[in-house]
Design a protein around this ligand. Sequence first.
Ligand code: HEC
Ligand code: HEC
Length: 288
Amino acid sequence: MSVQFKILIGILFTVATIVVLVIYGIGEDARMARYQKNFAARSVQAGAEYFETYCITCHGEKGEGIAGKGPALNRTDLLDLKGTPYLKLINWNGTTADFIRNTIAAGRPQFSKYYENENYQQHMPTWSQDYGGPLRPDQIDALVSYVLNWAPGENPPTVPLVTPTPGPTATPIPPGEILKAIPFPVTEAGPGDAVLAAGKTIYTKNCQACHGPELKGDGPGAAGTAKPPRNFTDCTAMQQFDLAMHHDAVVNGRPANGMPAWGKKLSDLEIWQVIMYERSPCQVYVPK
Ligand code: HEC
Ligand code: HEC
């Protein structure tokens, strides 16, 4: 083999290797883009659920705002990523996403000057655990993605908006049948520690934001609800609220008053576990 031929073979191999790498690289970019798009879609989807649970009482189902409660969030002047007049007005130099993340995480313990004349009944609550609120950082991020999803123009929504759906209407359980409907044994002494521990975990994740860390109905999420949640440690009142009523309240919610429906989000077992936990301060486990 001549030297020239060996060099030629060498060059051909090198070129072939580069071509393979480039092709793989292009595929990799596409894979990354797909991955990022899916990831963003999932984040928006999760954000939609948190928004429905924690934000619509003040900002409306589609972020359109509610007079006296909270401003619209689906506004062009807030979300237009080309540079928003509103952010300039309030002297924010960072990105729109950071502005929204900051506001949700820390809340607005003081009304801002811009909304002085709106006479909102309540302040924007603090949501991030970093500031003593109820939500984790990833939940805050999902909410930011969801709010940004309303941005117009060059940042079109990557997934269709998720319209909140109400839970199913459960058939009321007759009071005489209630103990048979509970999927674990319950006596006057309660359902046992394991059920209460499971109920507490469900409560902390889903209910505490509104019903409060000590079950007193004073969580930040309840600041804007039409009716305040019950104080579950008021035992005189708790004697009067039977299991069937609480089961119905949790499954179907009281949407007009700010209590979300959980029938599609939690299993029947989880619903009963959390009901037992919520009734544990007053130990009203069985019908009188
Ligand atoms: C108790 C009612 C209430 C609840 C619940 C609430 N907000 Fe607010 N929110 C407000 C009020 C009032 C303001 C305006 C406060 C101000 O600047 O004076 C506000 C402001 C905001 C702003 C900034 C808007 C702007 O134009 O500056 C964002 C973003 C926001 N809220 C997102 C959320 C999200 C997301 C949730 C749910 C996790 C939520 N809010 C829950 C009342 C509420
Ligand atoms: C967004 C705030 C919010 C969240 C989250 C929430 N609740 Fe509520 N809940 C309320 C409000 C407000 C009421 C009062 C509704 C009414 O009086 O019509 C209420 C009422 C109830 C009642 C009826 C109490 C009674 O005696 O009248 C029960 C039971 C209840 N919630 C349990 C739960 C459970 C369990 C969870 C979690 C799985 C939960 N809630 C999550 C706001 C919330």
